[in-house]
Design a protein around this ligand. Structure first.
Ligand SMILES: Cc1cc2nc3c(=O)[nH]c(=O)nc-3n(C[C@H](O)[C@H](O)[C@H](O)COP(=O)(O)O)c2cc1C
Length: 355
């Protein structure tokens, strides 16, 4: 059977499908629980959350389902805060603030909530944790394993997949360049990891023993079956779930994905200071020439946050971050359950028809 393998068994899943943890309010407890109840794995994107907000969402998920679910967190990076860079980037945002009629807030660097999040994850007996932007330490993996927490890493190259395996994680998401949202790269320049899913997945499968989860451009049953054929034991899908009914994405974000085509996304650092794939808009074009001078994550993210938030309120999608992968034509307005059921039917139909 296409849906029975070691990975599904270990995670207690009916289908080898993970709904990506997507920070920024997309992964509501309703989305996470609906996905898990449908037999796939729902993930709370906790990257931007304080440990307290994350705890509240986890409690709500547990009220909605007793199925397995995961929480996704960001690994902290060295932040070489340069106040000069921050001040310069802040000045570039003056015109947006003027147009939106919002005040300039004094800049405060946001600390990574990682340690406090891990503590709460252990206290709340979260069954599965996934990581991006780096690899967890061996000690962290050991501690989580001691508490029966399953761990999933992220890699954008074979080298990063091998590092994840070496740290002891149970599985690794291999993120192709088609993927929407932030690049999970953590070894050197991100451009090294801009390899398409179909090329990257089988090469990673050949080099690690842990299950490989394919991500990037997978939107339907065709993508799921193709990933399994490449040797992946599962898929992680982001964009497909952004437009689902239970997703908490802003309406402008959902509508933008639904009407976008394959050639309208770009990888940009202008919103957060970290490369991410989203739909090209005016904010990206305006700041492109300054991209290399902007501060890194999370400082640029903190600087642009009030603008993105107010732009959504004032219905100005041209200034919002509209993360999307390269297959937006395949997006739909379905509920998460309909989306998963449709994928399963399509995979089974393809197997019967063609093989
Ligand atoms: C809106 C959005 C937000 C995302 N946020 C996260 C995140 O917080 N953590 C993470 O590990 N991956 C994040 N991703 C990336 C996904 O894990 C995954 O790699 C990607 O969605 C796969 O490509 P696809 O969007 O074409 O399905 C995000 C993706 C999107 C579209």
């Amino acid at each position: 059977m296409w849906n029975t393998n070691k990975f599904c068994e270990q995670l207690g899943l009916t289908y080898p499908i993970i709904q990506a943890g997507m920070a920024g309010g997309v992964t509501t407890p309703e989305l996470v629980s609906s996905v898990s109840i449908a037999g796939a794995l729902g993930t709370l994107g906790a990257g931007y959350m304080t440990a307290e907000d994350m705890t509240e969402s986890i409690i709500r998920i547990k009220q909605l389902t007793n199925h397995m679910f995961a929480v996704n967190v960001f690994i902290p990076e060295d932040n070489n805060l340069s106040s000069e860079r921050v001040a310069r980037a802040d000045r570039l945002l003056d015109s947006y603030r003027r147009d939106l009629q919002i005040k300039k807030e004094p800049f405060t660097s946001t600390p990574f909530p990682y340690d406090a999040q891990l503590e709460s994850i252990l206290e709340l007996n979260v069954p599965i944790v996934s990581f991006t932007f780096g690899v967890p330490s061996r000690e962290t993996v050991k501690e989580l394993k001691k508490n029966n927490v399953i761990t999933i890493g992220t890699a954008t190259t074979v080298e990063e997949a091998v590092i994840n395996e070496d740290r002891g994680v149970d599985a690794v998401v291999v993120q192709g360049s088609e993927a929407g949202g932030h690049r999970g790269s953590f070894t050197g320049d991100f451009s090294k990891g801009m390899v398409g899913t179909i090329a990257l997945v089988p090469q990673a499968v050949d080099q690690v023993r842990i299950p490989v989860i394919a991500a990037g451009g997978i939107m339907d049953g065709r993508g799921v079956l193709a990933s399994l054929a490449l040797g992946a034991q599962g898929v992680q899908m982001g964009t497909a779930f952004v437009t689902s009914q239970e997703s908490g994405a802003k309406v402008q974000h959902k509508e933008a994905i639904l009407k976008t085509t394959e050639s309208e996304t770009v990888v940009t650092s202008v919103f957060s200071g970290k490369p991410a794939r989203g739909i090209r808009n005016q904010f990206i074009s305006d700041l492109k020439e300054f991209e290399s001078e902007l501060p890194g994550y999370p400082d640029q993210n903190s600087l642009t946050k009030p603008i993105r938030k107010e732009a959504a309120k004032q219905n100005k999608p041209e200034w919002m971050s509209l993360w999307s992968g390269q297959a937006p034509r395949l997006s739909t307005r379905k509920s998460a359950t309909e989306l998963i059921d449709g994928i399963v039917r399509q995979v089974e139909g393809l197997i019967q028809e063609k093989w």
